[in-house]
Design a protein around this ligand. Structure first.
Ligand code: ADP
Length: 410
């Protein structure tokens, strides 16, 4: 079957076509496009009306049409892939070229007089399918033409072989990445779960010791820590659940029309109570415009709260400024801190699942899930989460949402 070395018997035009086909094979990325191109290049030197490629479906052992091109007569019947099925089976089963040529019947419709050339396709000694060329009403295939058809089939085989290799490599790479992701996931999750659990266990054991006496103040401090760590644990479990729902596409959004300044005002008031040490400001112009957005208010609040709590974690005891702005296409909420900033090389990474900027200061805890979840939630609203930061100059996260019409003042 592999006739690629034997180009001596080809005419100049044929050789040119075979060379062009081999270029297509070398550069192929999209298999359908490559096959269409091969058929187009072959056509001037090799007359046929239809070409159908049958491939073995390994799951059920049947030959199935994978690609078909009708070019000449019978073109309107392109959808009829069953043409050539018999020749494909014969070539596939015998592993040899199969010619099926009808006895000439001058009065018969040409479409009923198909001349079939079926060629087996082999990769690594294994039959993978068959390529069938069809001529309606003849002329019969000459031995030179059969030779040329073999070249074409050999190149089609090469495209398929290449495609299989690419798929195999992609699968291996995906498997490797999945395994790496799973082990990173387990390492991160176990570490993150263990930290709050360790504190809860440690302080509760301490409180239960019979041989120690704690003042009321100490007891309250310990219980306070247990309470905080339980919250931490709860938040982590929620993040893990959200993250896996996002991965499986089952995190649903309940979109409603919301007046953004009111929602932000509520969020900011809650965060001020939660983080009294931070100066959290909602810029006043935010309240003047009455921006209406179509959002899931609970999820949008989760995003803004997460950005504020990141500012609390990474830019502690500073100022967080929240502003709303708009242009024709978008309404943007920005959350700006005056903390240490993020170095350029990490900016593309921070929205990835589990990504944390490496730091010498391990006291800031986190799972690297927060910004991933924020980014996915904003995307689910048809928006975009962006970041602007430079090391040493603070960080601004910008939530861009598609714009709705403005609400009319009441
Ligand atoms: P986590 O806070 O759990 O580590 P995130 O996904 O929320 O995960 O953040 C990813 C990383 O981005 C953090 O580890 C941190 O290094 C960096 N980061 C996020 N917000 C800020 C910020 N406001 N200032 C500086 N660095 C930040």
């Amino acid at each position: 079957m592999n006739n690629r070395g034997n180009t001596g018997s080809l005419q100049f035009d044929e050789l040119k076509a075979v060379y062009a086909i081999s270029r297509v094979v070398a550069e192929t990325v999209d298999i359908d496009k490559a096959l269409a191109e091969i058929v187009r290049l072959a056509r001037p030197v090799f007359i046929f009306d239809n070409a159908v490629l049958y491939l073995l479906n390994e799951k059920n052992g049947t030959l199935e049409p994978a690609f078909a091109r009708a070019i000449g007569r019978g073109r309107s019947s392109e959808a009829d892939l069953s043409w050539g099925e018999l020749a494909a089976h014969e070539a596939f089963n015998s592993g040899k070229i199969h010619l099926n040529e009808p006895d000439p019947k001058p009065e018969a419709d040409r479409l009923e007089q198909g001349f079939y050339l079926g060629q087996p396709m082999m990769v690594g000694g294994k039959n993978i399918g068959a390529l069938v060329f069809i001529r309606f009403g003849g002329p019969p295939f000459t031995s030179d033409q059969i030779n040329l058809a073999e070249f074409i089939a050999a190149h089609v085989t090469q495209v398929l072989e290449h495609q299989r290799l690419v798929e195999r490599i992609a699968n291996l790479e995906a498997e490797r990445r999945l395994a790496q992701l799973q082990s990173d996931f387990l390492a991160t999750v176990s570490h993150e779960l263990k930290t709050p659990l360790g504190f809860i266990k440690g302080y509760s054991t301490t409180l239960l010791r019979k041989d120690a006496h704690w003042s009321e103040e100490e007891r309250r401090e310990f219980i306070g820590i247990i309470n905080e760590e339980a919250d931490e644990l709860g938040e982590l479990v929620n993040n893990l659940l959200d993250s896996s729902r996002l991965q499986s596409g089952s995190l649903s959004m309940e979109l409603k029309e919301v007046e953004l300044p009111t929602l932000l005002d509520e969020i900011v008031e809650r965060q001020k109570v939660r983080y009294p040490e931070m100066e959290i400001q909602l810029a006043s112009q935010a309240l003047k415009g009455r921006f209406a957005v179509q959002v899931d208010p609970r999820r949008l609040a989760q995003v803004v709260e997460n950005l504020i709590s990141n500012a609390v974690k990474y830019a502690p005891n500073g100022k967080v400024q929240i502003t709303v702005s708009e242009n024709e296409a978008r309404v943007s909420i920005s959350v700006k801190d005056d903390g240490p900033g993020i170095a350029q090389e990490h900016l593309d990474q921070i929205f990835k699942r589990f990504y944390r900027v490496p730091s010498k200061n391990n006291s800031v805890r986190g799972s690297g899930l927060g910004l991933y979840i924020c980014d996915q939630i904003v995307s689910a609203h048809g928006g975009r989460l962006r970041v602007r930061s430079k090391k040493g100059t603070g960080t601004t996260f910008i939530v861009e949402l598609p714009r709705q019409k403005e609400l009319q003042p009441a």
